[in-house]
Write a new protein. Structure first.
Length: 276
């Protein structure tokens, strides 16, 4: 397939994968902090390609172990290298943590600052595949900088916990579809909703926008994990993508830097989950 057709297919496919159902999610990755092309606003940009999506996604040769669609970056599988929030022994933290993984590990493939931000498996054009990953632009794009944000590093103890049970546990894949009616491990949280797609459980917590009881990109998304270190079977976990939408630079509130799923006016992102 020629390059033009190849990347037309790429954009068409990714558009179908990530199209939102909510009228509030009008932002775009184009010209955002996640756009590494010349017209983008990323920390560092390249003149080597005008392909916006290729820095994270590829139509062919994706990492099938990654928990995100058609992932085009190298994931560091040494999950134990991260220092987790639980190491602080905060007395109010009553959720079990799994090893850092799921969609959070994909986010950290850039935001842990350990590899150049333009390292990909399948570079633009023909014959650019390398299972070990290659940089698209070795001169202009380097590792993430700026601590503690956006370079979170490998010490995550000073960040909102990820890879943790939602609300101290309780919801399970065996629960009925709809709002959780059981007992949460921590009653300072709002109950999540559950649905099923292709036989797989999905969970979310409604935000203050959109349609109640309907999973939308502006809701706080929870991610199904079945970890041996966390008893109870498949259940919803809080991950980076619970609060952040990497494709939405507008967030219905002009919060272009933080890529929040919805505006945080009056701490709406926090109070979607926390009953404070």
């Amino acid at each position: 397939m020629c390059n033009k057709l190849r990347y037309f297919a790429q954009f068409a496919l990714l558009g179908l994968l990530f199209s939102g159902s909510s009228a509030f999610a009008q932002g775009s990755v184009v010209a955002s902090k996640h756009d590494f092309t010349v017209g983008g606003s990323a920390q560092e940009t390249t003149s080597e390609t005008d392909q916006v999506c290729v820095f994270c996604h590829t139509p062919h040769g994706a990492d099938i172990t990654a928990p995100v669609p058609l992932w085009n970056k190298v994931l560091n599988s040494a999950q134990g290298r991260f220092t987790r929030y639980s190491t602080l022994a905060t007395p109010t933290f009553d959720s079990l943590e799994a090893p850092v993984g799921s969609v959070s590990l994909a986010c950290l493939s850039c935001h842990d600052g350990t590899q150049a931000m333009d390292v990909v498996l399948n570079s633009p054009g023909s014959g650019g595949y390398n299972a070990a990953g290659d940089e698209i632009d070795t001169l202009n794009v380097g590792q993430m900088s700026g601590t503690p944000v956006p370079n979170l590093g490998e010490d995550l103890s000073n960040d909102h916990p990820v890879s943790m049970q939602y609300a101290g546990g309780g919801p399970l894949a065996s629960d009925a579809i709809g709002v959780f009616g059981g007992t949460l491990g921590d009653d300072d949280f709002n109950p999540p909703f559950k649905d099923e797609i292709n036989g797989q459980s999905i969970w979310w917590v409604d935000s203050n926008v959109g349609t109640a009881g309907t999973r939308e990109k502006t809701d706080m998304l929870l991610y199904t994990r079945d970890e041996t270190s966390v008893a109870g079977g498949a259940q919803p976990f809080v991950e980076c993508g619970s609060c952040h939408d990497p494709h939405n630079s507008d967030n219905a509130g002009g919060l272009q830097v933080s890529f929040l799923r919805t505006t945080n006016a009056a701490s709406a992102v926090c109070t979607a989950c926390h009953t404070k």
